[in-house]
Design a protein around this ligand. Structure first.
Ligand code: SF4
Length: 332
């Protein structure tokens, strides 16, 4: 499989009240055609800013400060706003936790879908309407011929999410970015939406970047996973290794915070003590040291790099580096 997307040392900054904050700092990963990557971490870890950086939707006070985002072999930082507009409508699409973020309450579903289809697929109004109805059926909307003339607020949360997916996929994007797409939905509807994304991913051959704090969703959907903490990638690996053999202390702590069915008592759950350090006042050394039960004096002063510990598995931690070094020496 070829790389559809390559993100190299991405650094994204915002200016807030005259001060610069860097919510994404040195993020590197790649995504192959047809692959699903999960980006996981707590709120404020930089997951969503990473996705908005890829779409170049950072508002007036945000910018890609350094690094590259290579999509289909071209750096998106070098594209004009017009080219980015084309790309966002055609080849990259995004769905959000709250469908009303992308659905306008003042227009019918048809108005919103048909306009985008006419613009991007160069269809006339009649053909675009027929195509929109076909897409609504594709995502499992019943009575699509009638619903197309309804306003978004008349639909349930699950149906609105399906409409947003139909809109996002109507131009058959190569990359779908799904930012917490099922967080606001109940468990049954969540399962249906995830199944739908999986089915459409296979039939359209698209790549998916799935942003979530929910490791259950990651295990269902992702081929590979990056774990982010305080704006940095701390671990990258395939989904099986992530669950069977996590290496970074933060990933381990996230795993321990998942409720287990066989937990005899609720108090066996472990939260992660402490809070993510403030972007305005980033800590020295390893960004996780204030919460890491394994931190040493070195962790408070020096910054660990993201290092390959084996093919396809990268970790940012001194402890893991030392462990790998020792096991290498023992095998010599
Ligand atoms: Fe913990 Fe140190 Fe590893 Fe950071 S570098 S995760 S503080 S052991």
């Amino acid at each position: 499989m070829d790389d559809l997307l390559k993100v190299n040392h991405l650094k994204t900054a915002f200016t807030i009240e005259g001060n610069e904050v860097v919510p994404v700092d040195d993020v590197t990963f790649s995504l192959k055609k047809g692959e699903t990557i999960g980006i996981v971490g707590e709120s404020g870890c930089g997951k969503s800013v990473t996705s908005f950086s890829l779409m170049r939707l950072l508002g007036k006070n945000g910018k890609i400060k350094s690094g590259e985002v290579i999509f289909e072999g071209e750096d998106i930082a070098k594209k004009s706003e017009k080219e980015m507009h084309e790309l966002r409508g055609n080849k990259m699409s995004m769905i959000f936790q709250e469908p009303m973020t992308s659905l306008n309450p003042l227009f019918t579903i048809g108005n919103q879908m048909i306009e985008a289809i006419m613009l991007h697929l160069k269809m006339d109004k009649k053909a675009a309407r027929e195509y929109a109805i076909k897409m609504l059926k594709e995502v499992g909307i019943p009575r699509a011929e009638e619903i197309i003339d309804d306003y978004p607020h008349t639909l349930s949360g699950g149906m609105r999410q399906r409409v947003m997916i139909a809109m996002a996929l109507s131009c058959k994007p190569k990359l779908l970015i799904a930012d917490e797409p099922t967080t606001a939905l109940d468990v049954t509807i969540q399962a249906q939406i995830l199944e739908l994304i999986k089915r459409l991913r296979e039939s359209y051959g698209m790549s998916v970047m799935l942003i979530t704090h929910d490791l259950g969703v990651i295990s269902e959907m992702a081929d590979k996973v990056i774990v982010m903490y305080a704006g940095q990638v701390v671990e990258e690996t395939d989904v099986f290794t992530l669950f069977d053999n996590p290496e970074h202390p933060y990933t381990e702590a996230l795993m321990n915070s998942i409720p287990q069915i066989d937990d005899a008592e609720e108090d066996t759950l472990e939260g992660i003590p402490g809070v993510v350090p403030s972007l305005q006042k980033m800590v020295d050394g390893c960004r996780f040291h204030t919460r890491c039960s394994k931190a040493t004096e070195r962790c408070k002063k020096e910054v660990p790099e993201l290092k390959k510990i084996k093919e396809g598995h990268l970790v940012r931690c001194f402890l893991v580096e030392d462990k790998i070094k020792k096991s290498g020496e023992a095998n010599e």
